[in-house]
Design a protein around this ligand. Structure first.
Ligand code: X8Z
Ligand code: ZN
Length: 619
């Protein structure tokens, strides 16, 4: 019914793209739910009828929207954009209307399950349109066009006639080039795709806020933060609490990486104690730094291996890579993916048309129609991302038997964490078991392995946190359009300790160059997922009876771990997330200690390195 785990909460369910707004086809109007009962004091029986009708209606509409969204993202044209906008408008209008009407039943004491459905229905509109058909149409057009523009985004280098790089090609260049001038050009080139989005983004914020206010929220950011079974302000504090626990680890990693990049690129480019230039971290958004691993002089163990080279040498194609991922889930006791998954998914970038290459997982009809859409390259990063995407699909299937309003993840961080949890079990021991490598590196290689992991997992944390800090400020009106880019870079500097390679102005709109901003996908979920996946991994390893270091643990083939995971997944969002978390881990709180424990030996090593090399910490 939607992508990435979106539940009937329509939009939000998706693990990622969710906000797919509720789109429904054509100009059909949602039914006037319960209009006749407006004046009388509502009864529990009315509430039940209203909620169940709304659930059914939204379910049908979101399947239609999902199909339209799939076609639009797989064949970006003016027509498919229009079709998706219309479908989006119908769902968004319907879910907003139901959300509003559901408040009539607020004071009523309802049975627990029905009460939870009422709450989810009230939050179902992830980006509500105001109650005005003109505004609804305008918002739907903006949403579809921003998403499409990102998908069509290209950098066409000056002087190289006819050559244009799409996001996949830009990412490859950023990962592989070590020429700082070329990296800078590509960085500037890609970020130029944001500027034309600025006006529409500004208008989108106005329209969404008007819709959110009609639903009783102060702004869209407050609505988004209401999805965590706690008051919105508490959620922001909860994120800060988790970040404070992990900041020392990030600072140690940042200091080490800056020192190493300075050695590579020289003191003119990389400051001793200031922020790291954003184009030198191997990623166009500087969000994960695994691509600069080769520049780090951590001790390489005797049997070190490079999964990218291995996969390329074996000529493993995209389908073959996905098969490895499926096989892992099957080893845990999950049923294989349906035949239609292999027929309908998009695994490689088509040569003849624009598609949204940003990876996503879809559950088109909430029955068996699971798919992924991804422009897979044969490399380790994509191997991991495949596990991420399949995590969405297996979650979607696990909760499919729940009523539509409960077909979603416990909170959106859970959806993002499942596949990553499995990818944490892609250890050298596992790779040896499935015969991708011949020998497991000895324990002396652990620091090297942990550093690779940290460049992906730890480096991401502040980025995961700041994207929505920026959006929350924008939605709340604390940051006005004339300071959009300035504030974006202030947060990037403050949390990540990075700086743009060239001066940025308000003629730019750099947030627009990151998929989730024009795609309107909330981002806090990825921050939570980084923390939750280590919590899940720790719990599953223990349940599998594996007690060694967490980074050496793989639950591959362990049915007890699979059962335990499935128990939590199959709850969907029928219970508040602390209860779902408890089912798997025994904890009711998100807890950064699992991540900190995993990396504890690396933290000691980084601090020693920073001291020995006189690398300053902070910026
Ligand atoms: O968007 C994604 C997934 C799809 S839900 C590929 N991720 C975030 C990103 O790419 O920015 C996964 C990690 C963070
Ligand atoms: Zn995801």
């Amino acid at each position: 019914m939607k992508r990435n785990g979106m539940s009937p909460q329509i939009l939000f369910v998706c693990a990622f793209t969710c906000l797919f707004f509720v789109r429904i086809a054509g100009a059909q109007k949602p039914p006037a739910a319960n209009d006749g009962a407006k004046k009388a004091a509502p009864t529990a029986a009315e509430a039940q009828k209203f909620i169940e009708d709304a659930e059914k209606q939204l379910f049908d509409l979101s399947v239609k929207a999902s199909r339209a969204g799939w076609v639009q993202e797989n064949f970006i044209t003016d027509d498919t954009e229009q079709i998706a906008a219309e479908a989006g408008e119908v769902v968004n209008t319907a879910s907003t209307k139901y959300a509003k009407e559901a408040h009539r039943f607020d004071g009523l004491k309802l049975p627990t399950e029905l009460g939870r459905k009422r709450l989810l229905l009230e939050l179902a509109a992830g980006f509500p349109a105001p109650d005005d058909p003109k505004a609804q149409k305008e918002l739907a057009q903006i949403l579809a066009s921003l998403d499409g523009d990102y998908g069509k985004g290209k950098w066409c280098p000056e002087g190289e006639k006819g050559k244009c790089l799409d996001v996949t090609a830009v990412e490859k260049l950023m990962a592989e080039s070590r020429d700082p001038e070329e990296l800078k050009r590509a960085w500037i080139g890609w970020h130029a795709i944001g500027a034309p989005m600025r006006q529409r983004y500004t208008r989108m914020v106005e329209l969404g806020n008007a819709g959110a206010r009609e639903l009783g929220h102060t702004d869209v950011g407050a609505l988004w933060r209401s999805n965590y079974d706690m008051p919105p302000d508490e959620f922001a504090k909860e994120e800060d609490r988790l970040w404070e626990q992990l900041k020392p680890l990030y600072l140690s990693l940042h200091a080490y990486v800056r020192g190493q990049l300075r050695k590579k690129y020289g003191s003119a480019l990389v400051p001793e104690s200031g922020p790291i230039p954003a184009h030198l971290l191997g990623n166009i958004w500087s969000q994960e730094w695994n691509n600069v691993y080769a520049l780090m002089d951590s001790p390489k163990p005797p049997q070190s291996y490079d999964l990218t080279t291995i996969l390329q040498e074996r000529k493993t194609d995209a389908r073959g890579m996905v098969k490895y991922g499926e096989n892992f889930f099957v080893s845990l006791g999950f049923a294989p993916l349906p035949k239609t998954f292999w027929e309908r998914s998009l695994f490689t970038k088509p040569a003849d048309r624009d598609v949204v290459c940003h990876a996503s997982a879809w559950d088109v009809d909430s029955k068996e129609d699971l798919r992924i859409k991804m422009c897979i390259q044969t490399r380790e990063e994509d191997f991991r991302t495949i596990h991420h995407e399949l995590g969405h699909n297996f979650y979607q299937r696990a909760y499919m038997t729940q009523p539509p309003l409960f077909q979603g993840s416990a909170n959106d961080g859970f959806h993002e964490a499942v596949g990553d949890t499995i990818a944490l079990s892609v250890t050298p021991e596992y790779l040896k078991k499935i015969e991708l490598i011949d020998a497991v590196p000895p324990a002396t290689g652990d620091i090297d392995y942990l550093l690779q992991q940290a460049l992906e997992k730890v480096a991401f944390l502040p980025f995961g946190l700041l994207v929505d800090k920026w959006r929350w400020e924008v939605f709340a009106g604390q940051v006005k359009p004339e300071a959009y880019t300035k504030e974006w870079w202030e947060l990037r500097r403050k949390y990540q300790g990075i700086a743009p390679p060239v001066e940025r102005t308000e003629a730019d709109f750099d947030p627009g160059a990151k998929y989730h901003v024009p795609g309107n996908v909330p981002y806090a979920r990825y921050f939570l997922a980084r923390i939750l996946q280590f919590q899940f991994h720790r719990a599953l390893c223990r349940q599998a009876g594996i007690h060694g270091p967490l980074h050496r643990c793989s639950i591959y083939g362990n049915k007890a771990a699979g059962d335990s995971l499935n128990k939590m997944l199959s709850l969907g969002q029928s219970k508040p997330w602390p209860e779902a978390l408890e089912v798997l881990t025994g904890d009711k709180q998100m807890d950064a200690t699992a991540l900190a424990d995993y990396f504890a030996p690396l933290k000691v090593w980084l601090d020693e390195q920073n001291k020995a090399n006189h690398y300053p910490v902070g910026w």
